[in-house]
Design a protein around this ligand. Structure first.
Ligand code: ADP
Ligand code: GLC
Length: 481
């Protein structure tokens, strides 16, 4: 089998820059693909954190004028990843997160920042960089959505492209007035082009022009072809159903390994679950929870947005407390949710512990110490925290949607009798089913034998990138012939 060279374009790559699961995927998939003889180089914007991680990168391409300023593409290696960094200070040398300033508002030139990013990826794919020619391009999410469009309109002999939609809720919509500056032909503004309900849609453009579309779980791949979950793109996705597939995410099992994790108080594995108790004690102490080894400690690690359904947890908080459970929560996002959960923690000392913010070590400590991990999402393309939870023996309690439906084996009577259950699912994502699921969880937790069995099942499940990487490699090979 010949080696395949893939140019990936991702606006976040763990550990260089991360706001969510996209970064985890972009950071871990290339390493797993190496075992499939696929060599991935990832183009990432030169945000300050990325520039700092590559102090010795060399210039591989110079661009005199990229959307109003000069730019360079640097080539280097960081955290075992081959990367191209788009060093364009006028677009990316800014404090704050990749998409918004410190005031929490989107940068007003995001249309141009990510058009520039996509255009550079397309130029590299088209042969602009001496000594580097990829066999195909893999674009991730709306930030790279214009890559297939630029390739399409460039015409001639360009490599094929794949786009992965990690979340249809983020579409990269901009007013049609941006179009003339994008360097696309005027007729690109049409239903068969980049137009989307009167706007320019970057994700839509990618879904329209990529040779293959993937999303991050089989169930989400099916859900997004329906009006209910397609967020306006279902018609297009139904039309392109023959090139759409769902490939489940994995997690980086070296970063997430309870046997070697340096963030946690006590290392353990499926054969030594007793050693996990020290992590529960440490977590309870850290979050001001009562030191109680027998309490059901429910963990949450999440962006606080409508998608994640945590407002449903607020509705049933009284019930949770009445069962004697504890809540250990880490999250950031919506201000109203942040205030409500912080207030609940103040009102229930010892029972509810909340940290508002982004805290990588604490995320590991919750996975290692909580009894269960709750993910009550209204929709979830894949979800990674439930995969980490499986690996860490925190029993996932999840809404039966998207990738959550595909990754957790529900503890119904048959699954329990067969000894294969790994967690609890509920449907639909609403307060009442959630309350029942939490009551069921508390009941299962009291049966320590059944509970330990579920923990061990989860810990033995293969949540690595091995199988998904093989699928991506097959897809690439089909395309690259
Ligand atoms: P999404 O990408 O929709 O936010 P995922 O479950 O795919 O959801 O990925 C979320 C990733 O971000 C996981 O690696 C999770 O551990 C991490 N994460 C989410 N919120 C926080 C937080 N407040 N602090 C630290 N890590 C977080
Ligand atoms: C998105 C989705 C999440 C998925 C992640 C990585 O952020 O919300 O479900 O796991 O992308 O693919």
């Amino acid at each position: 089998m010949a080696r395949i060279r893939v140019l990936a374009a991702a606006s976040e790559v763990y550990p260089l820059v991360k706001t969510g699961g996209l970064a985890d995927v972009a950071g871990a998939l290339p390493k797993a693909l190496a075992a499939e003889d696929v060599a991935v180089t990832t183009l990432v914007p030169g945000y300050p954190a990325v520039m700092q991680a590559l102090p010795n990168a060399e210039t591989a391409l110079s661009l005199d004028d990229l959307f109003g300023g000069s730019a360079r593409v640097l080539r280097g290696n960081a955290a075992a990843l081959d990367v191209f960094v788009l060093d364009a200070p006028h677009l990316f040398a800014r404090a704050g997160n990749p998409y918004m300033g410190p005031d929490g508002r989107d940068w007003n030139d995001n249309a141009f920042r990510f058009a520039a990013f996509a255009q550079v990826a397309a130029r590299i794919a088209g042969g602009a960089m001496r000594g580097y020619q990829p066999d195909l391009v893999h674009a991730h999410d709306w930030q790279a959505g214009l890559v297939p469009a630029y390739l399409h309109y460039a015409g001639g002999s360009v490599p094929p492209s794949v786009i992965t939609a990690h979340n249809l809720a983020f579409q990269g919509l901009f007013p049609r007035e941006v179009l003339p500056a994008l360097g696309l032909p005027p007729d690109a503004y049409s239903v068969d082009g980049v137009e989307y309900y009167g706007n320019v849609g970057y994700l839509k453009a990618g879904l329209q022009f990529a040779d293959r579309i993937t999303t991050v779980s089989p169930t989400y791949a099916q859900e997004i072809t329906t009006p209910q979950d397609g967020m306006g793109l279902d018609g297009l996705l139904r039309r392109r159903a023959s090139v759409l597939s769902g490939i489940l995410n994995g997690i980086d099992v070296d970063v997430w390994n309870p046997a070697t994790d340096t963030y946690i108080a006590s290392n353990y594995d499926a054969e030594h679950l007793a050693a996990r108790a020290a992590n529960t004690a440490a977590l309870q102490q850290r979050l001001g929870l009562d030191a109680d080894p027998n309490a059901l400690c429910i963990g949450v690690i999440s962006r606080l947005t409508e998608q994640k359904g945590l407002d449903l947890l607020i509705d049933v908080l009284g019930h949770v407390l009445s069962t004697g459970a504890q809540l250990a929560m880490l999250g950031a996002g919506d201000g109203a949710l942040e205030r409500t959960f912080s207030g609940a923690a103040k009102a229930n000392p010892g029972r509810i512990g909340v940290v508002i913010g982004y805290d990588e070590p604490l995320a590991h400590q919750i996975q290692a110490g909580a009894s269960a991990l709750l993910v009550p999402s209204r929709f979830e393309p894949c979800g990674l925290t439930q995969l980490c939870a499986l690996r860490y023996g925190a029993v996932p309690v999840v809404a039966r949607v998207g990738g959550l439906a595909d990754t957790v084996i529900h503890a119904n009577e048959m699954a329990l009798a067969a000894g294969v259950a790994t967690g609890i699912q509920f449907a639909p994502p609403a307060a009442e089913p959630l309350e029942h699921a939490l009551a069921h969880t508390a009941e299962l937790f009291r049966d320590r034998t059944a509970w330990s069995r579920m923990q061990a099942n989860g810990m033995r499940a293969d949540v690595s990138w091995r199988r998904p990487a093989h699928r991506y490699a097959n897809l690439y090979r089909e395309l690259a012939v």
